[in-house]
Design a protein around this ligand. Structure first.
Ligand SMILES: O=C(CO)COP(=O)(O)O
Length: 248
């Protein structure tokens, strides 16, 4: 673990109704434990403002799961970064592999979204990761490096978070092992430092089947500055267990 304060982020994806938010928030309020990391929940957009209210007084930030590259306009169904900020969000995930796969998002579009997020005062969490075929072909480092370079906003990186999420480990129960994570994160850190001195400030999260049972090992892996949790972040007890696993 580096000196960067870890971030424990939950991505609820397209899951969650108001009653789910309420029981999650109640459980977080009743939690007697704590975390050495910062906590973040990215609920569906319909719950964004409600989550800000529900977590009032708790050390839990709220973020969006995507934003448009433009600040406003005729884009039915999309959400702009200033809207997330106005709802009380402070982060936004961009370039998640599910959006890259389902909506054909390119690195250039992800970069534009990250820049829109920064312009709105949000911290973008830029997701990158290789497919199983790319890993098996030995292309992992080249793929994630190219995606990182193509997706990073230009300028100061101090307010950027990057999430390495191997596509084959998302929602599958398969987790990259500590050596695989350490190899990719070390490479990403080297690339970030080569781009700009502010690259040292970029938090590198790991995502992909993070659970209470593997969180401590993942969070203790060199160059891992936090986790981006999908399924397990929907269960307050699991999210708490993962948050508690943050090393000193
Ligand atoms: O995609 C993810 C987080 O953004 C990971 O999802 P799972 O933790 O459900 O594998």
């Amino acid at each position: 673990m580096s000196a960067l304060k870890p971030l424990i982020a939950g991505n609820w994806k397209m899951v969650g109704l108001p009653a789910d938010l309420k029981s999650f928030a109640d459980a977080m309020r009743a939690w007697s434990g704590g975390s050495r990391g910062g906590l973040l929940i990215c609920p569906p957009a319909t719950l964004l403002a409600a989550a800000v209210q529900a977590f009032d007084g708790l050390p839990i930030a709220v973020g969006g799961q995507d934003c448009h590259a433009k600040a406003s306009g005729a884009h039915t169904g999309d959400i702009a970064a200033p809207m997330i900020a106005a709802a009380g969000g402070t982060f936004v995930i961009v370039g998640h592999s599910e959006r890259r796969a389902d909506h054909g998002e390119t690195d250039a579009q992800v970069k534009a979204k990250a820049e829109a997020a920064l312009a709105a005062g949000l911290t973008p969490i830029i997701c990158i990761g290789e497919s199983l075929a790319q890993r098996q072909a030995g292309e992992t480092l080249a793929v994630v490096e190219a995606s990182l370079r193509g997706s990073l906003p230009s300028g100061d990186l101090a307010r950027v978070v990057v999430a390495y999420e191997p596509v084959w480990a998302i929602g599958t129960g398969l987790t990259a092992n500590a050596d695989q994570i350490a190899e990719v994160h070390a490479h990403l850190r080297k690339v970030l430092l080569s781009i700009d001195g502010t690259g040292a400030a970029v938090k590198l999260l790991y995502g992909g089947s993070v659970k209470p049972g593997n969180a401590a090992e993942i969070l203790a892996t060199p160059d891992v500055n936090g986790v981006l949790v999908g399924g397990a972040s929907l269960v307050a007890a699991d999210f708490q267990a993962i948050a508690s696993a943050c090393p000193a």
